[in-house]
Design a protein around this ligand. Structure first.
Ligand code: ATP
Ligand code: MG
Ligand code: MG
Length: 550
């Protein structure tokens, strides 16, 4: 194993421990439960949980649940499951920002009492005008100088449900002329008369993300609050809240560059669009860059963790080539996946000199390099199927498969020669009559004939039928979400379903999520939900080599 490239976050953590600034590292992963996690989140998970693990610290899983109308229990469950599947575990119970609503509410009152927060009646449009712009300072709200008593009373009334949604907000009193827009009296609380998935109807006012996030970090004793670069401009506000209420601990925020991948969208909003428009079958469709989708596609947790290690952690925004992700899974499955044979486009062959009643159960290696893989027993008989693409009536020397009048080796079996082609009335090949050389099982022809090609095959009468879903990249364009219409970049061939593939008999009883290399075809996984012994279903994870190379 290659050692991980080091990075600035690792250095900060090491320094903070060696200088005794902290005795223990505590991080958190703070998803909002408003969608499924995607590959970008995997980077954040590997960083937050990975660093805590490496330094003997702890990482919390905290749901940042301040927008009840967009959140749900389904997302809470999928996110928790994805984090575990990736191989991580959080310290103690799952946490929710909503667990802290009472404390946050008290802190809002503390700010009012200090003259640092006020209730504002500006409409959203007015507030936008008062806010100014990057080039023009804002203007103080006419409600900014309300007395502490009036603010306390109005805030209590907001909480009691006396006002309509949008009628009033609680704002921090910071600086309407700040060059940092986030400091121009940001909203702390707003009215939302909706039921919350955790707190029910207890609240009709909800704290804003910026107020909630840093103070939740303080409550949990987070030492290093690691987030993506778009929050850099929010750091002064993060620090302002921490400095102005009575917190039990002082966390610090550090930013890193988010993961962007070409040919991929990594925004929950856009992924939701694909789900809502039924472009995919759901959040866990095997073409989705969600963790649940990649799992169903056949990715291993190890490959995702290794990918996150390879891409490193920096403060420079960049776009990672999706070929790196594909390399990571191919590389991992090459070592991990037992070999098997599956014929996707069956063409029958009949071995005329092989006894009709005879069946030989051949022993084939589970893996060509690793003896620890169990061997498998594969039946050889007179009637077999091979892939239609592996036979031609005529071909040049580059075609190392079965050609009329020539020989090829059947993987793990005998050398066969194609003697005769049977066609239907349309000229379509229905069968190839062959003969086999009985001296060639596990050895070359005794007379020194050279047979170059090796093809895969399955016994027609022993093989099982399977549905095989051939997945490919969801988008054809390197930057699918940059143009006008993400939908115009969709790859129309991202899913091709083969309903009657032939698989080795042993494959039908594969466990759901078992992964294989189908020889000469690629890596496949038994579908997590739809596969059964009676109705085997396999998903293509990735081909054997990169066919997208530019
Ligand atoms: P999206 O923009 O897709 O909705 P988000 O940032 O709103 O994602 P959250 O649930 O708030 O999603 O994110 C949880 C954590 O994951 C945050 O700390 C966020 O910074 C991090 N994260 C989200 N997207 C990426 C990404 N592409 N690369 C690295 N980290 C990410
Ligand atoms: Mg977010
Ligand atoms: Mg975001």
């Amino acid at each position: 194993e290659k050692t991980a490239p080091t990075h600035f976050i690792r250095k900060i953590l090491a320094d903070d421990l060696s200088s005794a600034k902290h005795t223990k590292i505590v991080t958190r992963f703070p998803p909002e439960p408003n969608g499924y996690l995607h590959i970008g989140h995997a980077k954040s998970i590997c960083l937050n949980f990975g660093m805590a693990q490496e330094f003997g610290g702890e990482c919390n899983l905290r749901f940042d649940d301040t927008n009840p109308e967009k959140e749900s229990q389904e997302f809470i469950e999928s996110i928790s499951q994805d984090v575990k599947w990736l191989g991580f575990d959080w310290a103690g119970e799952v946490r929710f920002a909503s667990n802290y609503f009472d404390q946050l509410h008290n802190w809002a009152i503390e700010l009012i009492n200090k003259g640092l927060a006020y209730v504002c009646d500006l409409t959203p449009d007015e507030a936008r005008e008062y806010r100014g712009s990057l080039t023009a300072p804002g203007t103080n709200s006419p409600y900014r100088e309300r007395s502490i008593e009036e603010n306390l009373a109005l805030f209590a009334q907001m909480g009691a449900g006396d006002f309509d949604e949008g009628a009033k907000v609680l704002r921090a009193k910071i600086d309407m002329a700040s060059p940092n827009m986030n400091l121009r009296d940001p909203i702390i609380y707003r009215i939302r008369k909706v039921t919350h998935h955790q707190t029910g109807d207890k609240w009709c006012i909800y704290p804003m993300y910026d107020f909630t996030h840093g103070l939740s970090d303080a409550i949990e004793g987070i030492t290093h609050s690691i987030c993506t670069l778009e929050f850099e401009d929010h750091r002064p506000l993060y620090d302002w809240f921490i400095a102005n209420v009575t917190v039990p601990a002082v966390p610090r925020q550090y930013e890193f560059a988010r993961l962007n991948l070409n040919y991929t969208v990594t925004s929950k909003r856009k992924l939701k669009h694909l789900v809502d428009d039924q472009v995919v079958s759901g959040w866990d469709d095997p073409r989705m860059p969600t963790i649940a989708g990649m799992r169903r596609r056949g990715f291993t947790p190890e490959s995702l963790r290794h990918f996150c290690e390879m891409i490193g952690v920096t403060r420079q925004d960049s776009v990672v080539d999706v070929a790196m992700l594909e390399f990571a899974i191919r590389d991992d499955l090459d070592k991990r996946a037992p070999r098997a044979m599956c014929v996707l486009d069956p063409l029958e062959i009949e071995i005329a000199n092989y006894d009709e009643a005879k069946v030989e159960w051949l022993t084939l290696a589970g893996h060509p390099q690793h003896d620890e893989f169990a061997t498998r027993s594969v039946p050889f008989a007179r009637h077999l199927v091979i892939d239609r693409a592996d036979f031609r009536e005529e071909a040049n020397k580059k075609y190392k498969r079965l050609v009329l009048g020539k020989e090829v080796r059947l993987r793990g079996g005998y050398v066969v020669r194609a003697d005769e082609v049977i066609k239907d009335s349309d000229g379509h090949i229905t069968k190839v009559i062959c003969s086999y050389d009985p001296e060639t099982l596990g050895q070359n022809p005794t007379d020194g004939r050279k047979v170059k090609g090796v093809i895969h095959w399955v016994s027609r009468d022993h093989g099982k039928r399977a549905e095989v879903r051939l997945y490919d990249r969801l988008f054809n364009e390197a930057a699918p979400d940059k143009g006008e219409d993400m939908m115009a970049s969709l790859n129309p061939e991202s899913l091709v379903t083969v309903s009657e593939a032939f698989i080795e008999p042993g494959l039908a009883s594969a466990a759901a999520e078992a992964r294989f290399q189908f020889e000469r075809e690629g890596y496949f996984v038994a579908d997590r939900y739809d596969h059964s012994e009676d109705r085997p279903v396999f998903n293509k994870t990735i081909g054997l080599r990169d066919t997208w190379a530019k």
